[in-house]
Design a protein around this ligand. Structure first.
Ligand code: ACO
Length: 319
């Protein structure tokens, strides 16, 4: 029994906001600084009133349409987000209501930018156990809401969006191997160290990051976990048709590809157009590559995530 992706979909809110648009909005930065350090040229920002569940709904509808199944047939919804609509209920339950699905297991996963890879791995285990047959796995974020727009070192890096896949039980491969890790001792290098308590915000409700520490950590673990996944599946790295890494920064992506001895012609890059959309970045990039015809049936795809926690992981699959 395999768990196989049968549909992908994504959604980006509003119009693209370029680096020059950010300068026009009063941020002390430049297109040259952002592009040379990160590769980011534009990002999408949610409209006021648009929440993660709204973006998730559009992406999910597109994934369900590609899979050719009705929302009512889904028996598991796993949604990765660090920007939920509410403290509770979960964004997965809000998505379920918007889709008109009743009875599916539905819950959120919190693993920041590794969230989608975590969610896909969890859904795969449900399906391989035989308990569930048709899962909707979603990454949805409105990071623009937790950015300090006075902090030019972080606010230029992120964007909003959602991506989704339908994962079904199948006799055909399928997800071949998964690997997840976390090391909470690094929690301080990327965090939103605030909360709501007694009706007030406590601590700091904005994203804070030690950029250079994140950079070094990400490059090391992304190459390691890709090799771990290849070994588990007995697939050589050069057999991978496409690497779909978390889209944080083109320099992290290029360094990871180099360590894996993969040419950039085998790497899906959307960070230039989307910025870093955290848990949405991997399914957004996968959807882009499926819809433009690069990713084809039968190819081997490596998905990779790394993010706050610190968390990291990889999923190797045959599409
Ligand atoms: N525009 C112009 N100047 C800026 C900007 C900006 N947007 N941001 C910072 N600067 C300035 C700083 O003030 C500083 O100026 P100074 O030298 O006069 O003090 C200078 O640029 C260098 O600042 P650094 O923070 O040292 O810049 P660095 O070269 O480290 O680049 C960056 C910062 C791009 C964040 C880099 O550290 C990086 O790529 N880190 C990876 C982090 C990442 O991608 N995080 C995403 C989230 S984590 C994840 O998804 C896994």
């Amino acid at each position: 029994m395999f768990a196989r992706i049968t549909g992908v979909g994504s959604y980006l809110p509003g119009q693209a906001v370029s680096n020059d648009d950010l300068v026009r909005r009063g941020i002390e930065t430049s297109d040259e600084w952002i592009v040379s350090r990160t590769g980011i040229k534009a990002r999408h920002l949610a409209e006021p009133g648009q929440a993660s569940s709204d973006l998730a709904l559009e992406a999910s509808r597109r994934a369900l349409a590609m899979a050719g199944i009705d929302a009512g047939e889904i028996d598991l919804i796993v949604l990765a987000t660090s920007t939920p609509d509410f403290i509770f209920p979960s964004t997965a339950c809000l998505l379920q209501a918007k889709l008109g699905n009743r009875g599916a297991v539905a819950f959120d996963v919190q693993a920041v930018c590794s969230g989608f890879v975590y969610a896909l791995t969890i859904a795969e285990k449900f399906i391989r156990s035989g308990s569930h047959k048709k899962a909707l796995v979603v990454g949805a974020e409105v990071f623009s809401r937790i950015l300090d727009w006075q902090d030019r070192g972080t606010c230029v890096l992120f964007g909003d969006g959602a991506g989704a896949v339908v994962l079904e039980a199948s006799g055909e491969p399928g997800i071949l191997a998964t690997a997840l890790h976390a090391d909470g001792s690094h929690h301080g290098i990327l965090s939103v160290p605030g909360n709501v308590s007694g009706g007030q915000v406590t601590g700091d409700p904005f994203l804070r990051m030690d950029g250079q520490a994140v950079f070094k950590f990400a490059v090391r673990v992304l190459a390691e976990v890709a090799h771990e996944c290849c070994e588990a599946a007995k697939v050589a790295p050069d057999e991978i048709d496409w690497l779909v890494p978390h889209q944080a920064n083109i320099r992290i992506i290029e360094a990871t590809a180099k360590k894996m001895k993969l040419g950039m012609d085998k790497v899906i890059v959307t960070v230039d157009r989307h910025g870093n959309t955290s848990a949405a970045s991997v399914p957004l990039a996968l959807d882009a590559a499926v819809r433009d015809g690069r990713v084809k049936a039968g190819q081997k795809i490596m998905l990779e995530g790394v993010g706050g926690g610190f968390t990291w992981g990889a999923v190797l699959l045959e599409f």
